[in-house]
Design a protein around this ligand. Structure first.
Ligand SMILES: *Cc1c(COP(=O)(O)O)cnc(C)c1O
Length: 523
């Protein structure tokens, strides 16, 4: 505590003895409970004021401007006073943070968060249950299991399904592919009279995913000990969906070359395009080939709650494993994700017993220890956020929010199609649009490299102004811009205004570089 600690309205003096000098006054316990309430109210109050007062999604601050502020803080000299620490936090973080609730934040797969989930967040970190074992969580374990069952039922995985919450889609994909690898190795061993050692089988394993699949599949393959090049990228059609005919060809080729396809990872909502691979056809091919069918629905999972678009996920019910990111399309705060499997028994590949934690005899006694199914040990009760979301607003309301952004994306596609300043890559199935400022044809076909630079510049200039934040990506070697629409408050007026800003920045850049080339000053 600061010397004047007792002067602060937040000093725990009245609840924790003399001016909070006792380090124990920083623990949440019966004597600090009232102080805890005021402390968190103060922090929440400041966030509420910031959120109410943000006029831009970002201030445009640069790392160079912020780093000295952060570096200048001496972490070995506590301020003591929470109000002073919160003042400092406003300077180094809150003032310049990127605000996803702002309707002109249009960049990545980040959502504004629903209030019931924030309520859950407040509860879960204070109680601090750890979901690895029953004896560290009790009811939390049962609630997580209910939500896994709820999600599996929405997917249609059947009665043997199971799963577990994870930190995110990356971990969900890793775990799904771990199970797929173990199942593939098990079958190879079973089907061979003289099973070769694992070290000889691993180099023959392959994973097939589309060229628009997520890079976490590559990371997982590396962590799982697969060869470089073991992830084969299957070409997409014009709508950026995996081509089933190419998948069939790759499956055949692998078989002919004596390789084992341990999994096909289809994507239901690619990160760049929101495209959904043809799940029924892929399911069919996986079944014929006896291959594990994984669906990465990190982004598209919001459709599970939609009352009007659930059919877009048709075929997902045939998956062996599914990744869902509630922190993308269920409007949940980071982290909230899960991996689901058709056959719960396959989760045994992640089961290890420790005498001090989850001894084998606890499994025999059917004590529900979620660590038996998870790659993590200590694990947050993230499920509580989704629980309160379903209990307060309900799934239909979540689905309606996702439907709104999908509708907005369809409107935005029409706006882009009609605007001669832009070209748009695909008609969106979900809520992303990849487009390019491309004054092209009528301007005598501006040099494509200059247009690339103008698009890059527009994105940076927009972020620097803080007026809007958009993403960028590369399609067919050309720089494009990207909207990821996850905010139901964004309107087509916002979209039009941002497109005008982009065109203005890009046009200015083209004009000034043309002027530089011709040696005359820019107009
Ligand atoms: C975001 C995303 C992931 C990774 O999920 P994280 O929660 O960021 O780890 C995986 N796959 C797809 C398709 C994604 O969009």
């Amino acid at each position: 505590m600061s010397p004047q600690g007792s002067a602060s309205p937040l000093a725990p003096a009245d609840t924790a003895g003399p001016a909070g000098a006792d380090p124990r006054s920083h623990l949440l316990n019966d004597s600090t409970a009232e102080y805890y309430r005021r402390l968190v109210s103060e922090g929440v109050g400041r966030v509420a004021r910031t959120v109410a007062g943000t006029s831009r999604p970002f201030t445009g601050v640069t790392p160079g401007e912020l780093a000295p502020l952060v570096d200048g803080i001496d972490l070995d000299r506590p301020l003591g006073d929470p109000a002073a620490a919160l003042d400092e936090l406003e300077r180094v973080y809150l003032r310049d943070a990127v605000y996803f609730h702002h309707p002109r934040y249009l960049a990545h797969l980040n959502c504004p968060v629903v209030l019931p989930a924030l309520l859950g967040e407040a509860v879960l970190s204070a109680v601090n249950s750890s979901l690895d074992t029953w004896d560290q969580s009790a009811g939390g374990t049962l609630m997580e299991r209910r939500l896994i069952d709820w999600t599996a039922a929405r997917i249609g995985l059947g009665r043997a399904a199971d799963g577990v919450f994870t930190s995110g889609g990356t971990q969900s994909n890793l775990q799904a592919l771990l199970l797929a690898r173990e199942e593939a190795l098990r079958l190879l061993r079973k089907n061979s009279p003289t099973p070769p050692p694992v070290s000889e089988m691993l180099p023959k394993l392959r994973v097939l995913t589309s060229e628009a699949g997520h890079f976490s599949v590559l990371k997982a393959a590396k962590l799982l000990g697969l060869e470089p090049g073991s992830v084969i990228s299957v070409p997409c059609d014009g709508d950026r969906r995996m081509r089933a005919d190419h998948l069939a060809r790759e499956l055949r080729r692998c078989r002919e070359e004596g390789l084992t396809v341990m999994a096909v990872s289809a994507t239901a909502g690619t990160t760049d395009f929101g495209s959904i691979d043809p799940l029924p056809e892929i399911a069919e091919l996986c079944q014929e080939a006896g291959t594990w069918f994984h669906v990465d629905a990190a982004y598209g999972c919001g459709l599970l709650a939609s009352t009007t678009r659930r059919h877009l996920l048709k075929g997902i019910e045939r998956a062996d494993s599914v990744t869902v990111d509630y922190h993308k399309s269920f409007f949940q705060p980071v982290s909230s994700s899960a991996v689901l499997v058709r056959d719960g028994a396959t989760l045994r590949h992640a089961t290890y017993h420790a005498d001090y934690l989850n001894p084998a005899r606890s499994a025999e006694k059917r004590i529900p220890n979620q660590v038996d199914k998870s790659l993590q040990t200590t694990r947050r009760f993230d499920a509580l956020k989704l629980w309160l979301t379903l209990r307060i607003m309900g799934a239909d309301a979540v689905g309606a929010l996702f439907d709104q952004v999908v509708d907005l994306a369809a409107d935005t596609w029409r706006i882009l199609e009609e605007d001669p300043r832009f070209t748009v890559v695909t008609r969106p199935a979900l809520s992303t649009l990849v487009f390019r400022y491309s004054p092209g044809a009528d301007a005598g076909g501006a040099d494509e490299t200059a247009v690339d630079l103008a698009n890059l510049h527009a994105r940076e200039a927009l972020a620097a102004s803080g007026e809007a934040v958009v993403a960028g990506t590369v399609v067919d070697g050309r720089h494009h811009l990207k909207f990821t629409l996850l905010n139901p408050e964004t309107t087509t007026d916002d979209i039009r205004a941002v497109l005008d800003l982009i065109a203005g920045h890009a046009q200015e850049h083209l004009a000034s570089s043309a002027a530089r080339r011709s040696g005359s000053p820019a107009a």
